[in-house]
Design a protein around this ligand. Structure first.
Ligand code: FAD
Length: 336
């Protein structure tokens, strides 16, 4: 049968849809329009019918729904079975899944059961209109090359994408169609049980939601100097980020690492201090709205993507910026 339609898997937790779902619907809408086909959201869960309306507003033409108590908590087996059942019946051309902990677990199983290709952690997706193939681009070989991967024969073409790689689309009033199917699996058939959830303790680092990130790299030279990055972040009300060497040197915990093996961020302002701009770092932050780079090497690759660049010693430039920011912000407060 002729494969048709772009599908986005709907991830949700505690009664809320994960933002990556909306980001993928935004991208999925573009891909579906290029293919002149429909965009569908794949919604599995227990008591999740009401989500459909939100999914339409974010661009879905259709929602494939399986609502069943067995799907109350995420477990690989029933979720993968449900998606595979839908995919075998309605034959989508493309399935997109968020590269979250859940999505990474699910995508591999679904792709294996459907005997199709999967590209993990894509940073770019586009359609070649002539061939209808999905161009799935991701860093490969430790980020030394960007590979564009095609799945020429098997269907669906499957990709996972990390949160915040694509922008959050604006919701619009729209309506769509709900197509409901049965899961057809009994609780006894599911090999795993959820005993309990335990929340991770410790101070949270909210890099993913930060509007301002001040990030430091090897150029800071020491843990003591790294404090300059923290100070500017504090003054601007932003969050501290770091390159891998700064984390490996123990100047800052791993939760602050940005890049291929750290977090992907998309703030309004990203200030890169003493960071060279290796591709493995860039893939985690290049979508930032405004990028300011401070580096003493005018040829550092970070300047290729910086909105504003300052060539200078970070140990002198940073305190000067912090002081000026403090002065200006204090003035603003005075005016109010
Ligand atoms: C598989 C793999 C995954 C990786 N994942 C990540 C990742 O997730 N995140 C990540 O960041 N890296 C990652 N890396 C490492 C990455 O390749 C780079 O090594 C790293 O990003 C470099 O960090 P840096 O820019 O802080 O250090 P460097 O590349 O050493 O750059 C330091 C910069 O500071 C400048 N500098 C030095 N002194 C001063 C000064 N006084 N004033 C101003 N500027 C100064 C220098 O000119 C230089 O440009 C990964 C690598 C591999 C192979």
């Amino acid at each position: 049968m002729h494969a048709q339609g772009v599908w986005v898997f709907v991830e949700h937790l505690g009664g809320e849809i994960a933002p990556v779902t909306f980001e993928l619907l935004g991208k999925g809408r573009e891909l579906a329009d290029d293919l002149e086909t429909e965009l569908a959201a794949v919604l599995l869960g227990d008591g999740v019918r009401d989500f459909a309306e939100q999914l339409f507003r974010y661009g879905a033409d259709k929602v494939y729904l399986i609502d069943d108590p067995v799907l109350k908590d995420y477990r690989t087996y029933p979720y993968a079975k449900g998606i595979v059942k839908l995919a075998q019946k309605y034959t989508p051309e493309i399935i997109l899944i968020g590269a979250t902990t859940l999505g990474r677990d699910l995508a591999g199983v679904v792709a294996t059961w459907l005997k199709t290709g999967l590209t993990a952690d894509c940073t770019e997706l586009s359609i070649d209109k002539a061939t209808r193939l999905l161009h799935q681009t991701r860093p490969a070989f430790g980020g030394n090359i960007m590979a564009t991967i095609l799945c020429k024969t098997a269907r669906p073409q499957m990709a996972t994408v990390r949160p915040r790689v694509f922008p959050l689309p604006e919701p619009k009033p729209r309506i769509g169609v709900v197509v409901e199917e049965e899961l057809g699996i009994l609780e006894e058939e599911v090999p795993t049980r959820i005993i309990k959830y335990e929340e991770e303790k410790g101070p949270g680092v909210y890099l993913d939601k930060a509007e301002i990130i001040v990030a430091g790299g090897r150029g800071l030279g020491s843990k003591k100097n790294f404090r300059l990055v923290e100070e500017l972040a504090e003054v601007l009300g932003g969050v501290v980020g770091a390159s891998r060497p700064a984390v490996e040197a123990g100047w800052v915990p791993y939760a602050h690492q940005i890049g291929q093996t750290g977090q992907t961020v998309r703030p309004k302002l990203y200030i890169a201090c003493g960071i060279s701009g290796a591709v493995q770092h860039l893939v985690g932050m290049q979508m930032s709205e405004v990028i300011v780079a401070i580096n003493n090497d005018p040829n550092a690759p970070i300047f290729n993507i910086a909105t504003y660049g300052i060539v200078g010693d970070v140990l002198e430039v940073l305190p000067a910026i912090t002081e000026e920011a403090r002065r200006v912000l204090a003035g603003q407060r005075g005016v109010r």
